[in-house]
Design a protein around this ligand. Structure first.
Ligand SMILES: C[S@@+](CC[C@H](N)C(=O)[O-])C[C@H]1O[C@@H](n2cnc3c(N)ncnc32)[C@H](O)[C@@H]1O
Length: 322
């Protein structure tokens, strides 16, 4: 497996700049959710996906396991598969196994997290006919590289699973899919996993589990700032909060300051927190089937087929680049 890593210094500089911008801006403090996934964050996300409250991963796995053959029957060949934010790739096994029944296959997982790429490789390395080339990049930079590698006449199937699309809220989801579409050719496909609206208690419990695994995942972002940027956040002075924003139909994850306090990042700047003030770290938009159809059209795709789970409302939608 070849990994093309972004230079470490470049990533550290972007992390420092984005943290400073998010913590020092006027009004709501924010931190980009992509920074949740350092090695510990990626391990904690794997643990989240096993929680009884987080039904989303199991729902998607059931759909892919049951319908993989039918899903791939819609995909033209020859095909090259790429995945945006593969994580450990466990669910992807079903699609790759169904596709490589007929021919050898190249699979390019694109990940910001090196740790996630490593687990993806060990998870899927036993599928003999699949050659895995990990791409340690941000989504669109990685997709640009993968699209440039495709042999003429080969179609691209892009997987975007786990409802990660929901992390792009406020219309950013359509903008992101339009950007993805720019790297595709007519006839290419996008398999999109999206979590659907369900009763409030189920949605909230999925992001605020009793053992506190999601809380650890969220607070680890402050620990990461301490480790990598020389911050002095006292984690006991902050707590994880998950709430549903009805206006945007999103679960929002925040980190709330338990008291008035000042935090320093190296010696270069200080951030003052009022008691109860929050840092907004992630949004997880919840969709309706109509909203997914509208999103497809708005971003230059045509909905080809859709599969649902019976136990946990979740939709897997195959979109065709039109
Ligand atoms: C919500 S997890 C989903 C993982 C997996 N697809 C699943 O369904 O379980 C999002 C994944 O995307 C990766 N990621 C987040 N932001 C990214 C970015 N900007 N570019 C590339 N990967 C990113 C994270 O490292 C993480 O593994």
């Amino acid at each position: 497996m070849t990994i093309t890593a972004a230079p470490a210094t470049e990533s550290a500089v972007s992390f420092g700049l984005e943290v400073r911008a998010g913590l020092c801006q006027a009004g709501q403090k924010t931190l980009p959710s992509k920074y949740l996934y350092d090695p510990l964050g990626s391990a904690l996300f794997e643990a989240i996906s096993l929680l009884p409250e987080y039904g989303l991963t199991r729902a998607e796995e059931r759909i892919l396991r049951r319908h993989a053959e039918e899903i791939v029957s819609h995909v033209p060949r020859p095909v090259l598969v790429s995945e945006l934010g593969s994580g450990n790739g466990r669910k992807t096994r079903w699609i790759l196994s169904a596709l490589c029944g007929r021919e050898p296959l190249s699979y390019y997982p694109i990940e910001i997290s090196r740790a996630a790429l490593d687990s993806c490789q060990s998870e899927l390395s036993d599928i003999e006919a699949v050659s895995i080339v990990g791409v340690e990049r941000e989504y669109l930079d990685g997709l640009r590289e993968v699209a440039a590698l495709r042999p003429e006449g080969t179609h691209l199937l892009v997987l975007f699973l786990g409802s990660t699309i929901g992390n792009f809220d406020g219309g950013a989801d359509a903008r992101f899919l339009r950007d993805v579409r720019r790297f595709l050719l007519p006839g290419d496909s996008l398999l999109l996993g999206a979590d659907l609206i369900k009763p409030l208690d189920r949605m909230l419990a999925a992001y605020d589990d009793p053992p506190g695994v999601t809380a650890a995942f969220n607070l680890n972002l402050l620990a990461r700032i301490n480790r990598e940027l020389g911050g002095d956040f006292n984690l006991r002075g902050f707590e994880h909060v998950a709430r549903f924003n009805e206006m945007t139909s999103s679960i929002e994850m925040h980190i709330r300051s338990r008291r008035e306090q000042v935090v320093h990042v190296r010696d270069s700047y200080a951030v003052a927190f009022k008691e109860g003030e929050t840092i907004w770290t992630e949004s997880c938009h919840k969709y309706t089937r109509e909203a997914i159809a509208a999103l497809a059209v708005a971003s230059g795709f045509r909905q080809q087929a859709q599969w649902m789970d019976d136990e946990w409302p979740f939709a897997e939608t195959l979109l065709l680049a039109s």
